[in-house]
Design a protein around this ligand. Sequence first.
Ligand SMILES: Cc1cc2nc3c(=O)[nH]c(=O)nc-3n(C[C@H](O)[C@H](O)[C@H](O)COP(=O)(O)OP(=O)(O)OC[C@H]3O[C@@H](n4cnc5c(N)ncnc54)[C@H](O)[C@@H]3O)c2cc1C
Length: 432
Amino acid sequence: MRILIAGAGIGGLTAALSLHAAGFGDVRVLEAAREIREIGVGVNLPPHAVRELIELGLGPGLEQIGLPTAQLSYHDRQGQLIWAEPRGHDAGYLWPQYSVHRGRLQQLLLGAVQERLGAGAVLLGQRVGAVTQTDAQVRVSVAGADTPHQADLLIGADGIRSSVRRALYQESIALASNGWVMYRGAARFSPFLGGRSMVIVGDERQRIVVYPLDEHTLNWLMVRPASSSELEHAELGNWNQPVDPLGLARQLAEWRFDWLDIPALVAATEQAYEYPMTDIDPLPRWSFERVSLLGDAAHAMYPFGSNGASQAILDARVLAYELARHEEPVAGLRAYEAARREQVAQVQLANRRQAGDVMARVSAMARTGAHGQASAELQAVERDYKKMAGFDVTALNNRPSWNVTRFTTSMPADARPPDAAPTETQPRHARG
Ligand SMILES: Cc1cc2nc3c(=O)[nH]c(=O)nc-3n(C[C@H](O)[C@H](O)[C@H](O)COP(=O)(O)OP(=O)(O)OC[C@H]3O[C@@H](n4cnc5c(N)ncnc54)[C@H](O)[C@@H]3O)c2cc1C
């Protein structure tokens, strides 16, 4: 069975590795870019995503490129602590939480795909356009090519402005913004608060997230409401819009704390980017017979809660798991959607709430000095969020693995020997 994946981002490459690990030998990734460069800044991978990458055999690579996060803390505009909690191993998970450069993570995945599936498994310069399907096949047209690719299945992992999604819905699904803009960058800077902390500082008018990517580099991400002229010029879904970091540092001039000098960090950044906060409404459907969606193409979300890349990784693993368990691939795609779509929609909507009313409520409490009340509110929000997004510590530590082996026989199901059933392995990870 030939499976095509549109998009060699975090989701598409993890899907290729997951399908290969589940026993699908003929998987090709079509990527629009002519070259895969280390684009982007930091992404945070909580233990539910790290577990999946470790189960794909990427643990040693991740250890080299990622920095394990030990604590998350919230602070008001004056830098005063509202609430802190341990993260990763320090919170009792069997897997760490990593902060990692998006581009380096993409290169790690790409290297593994090329090594395991062959050097030709990722085809560059292949911008997917029209998609048509019959009962037996999918045809995928690529810009500039006369002959379409043919496959049994197509997975649209082509990001927030997905062409596959457009082909399935016969129209463009509107990108939505809450009127906020996000600025992000990374700079060489001294470690702070023990060197493994992620901090969220500020309120509903402006806030900044800072975490280390390695011993010498801090990643930062600032959000605030955009002016009407900024919104007019904004290109929704474009991750690569450069912006002057010095102007941003001036807006943060008062945010100098004895534990971190935020304006100095932002001013030290060589290249910063502007990104209007963009998501899509939860989709009513992901799978259309032989074609399905994955990652941002299926559920682009506000980058709150460290779950954009993580949910794409979970999609990839569940996709392979369900395809391997269903002999009929269309049924496998339907089962994948049933397992994921509604659950991820909850995360999309929770991220909107986190960006909006949760932030406003907690900040209002902190402004009146009710830090204890704000702390209790944050704790409750985080606890519910972890359950919804799949990283409640007890549930995650006890969930069976999605490692699976596909049926290799075309024998009818009732004629199969019992040991031909897909195998599920239990987690077998040690710390470290
Ligand atoms: C350039 C870039 C920079 C980013 N920077 C950050 C960041 O700094 N921090 C952060 O939190 N998130 C960032 N993200 C988003 C983050 O990677 C995703 O939210 C998350 O990893 C989900 O991944 P995905 O694979 O679904 O989508 P993406 O990571 O967006 O990957 C989609 C892939 O599909 C390719 N593609 C698009 N259209 C087509 C097409 N028609 N045919 C074939 N291929 C196509 C794209 O080139 C891309 O490689 C960035 C995304 C991109 C594309």
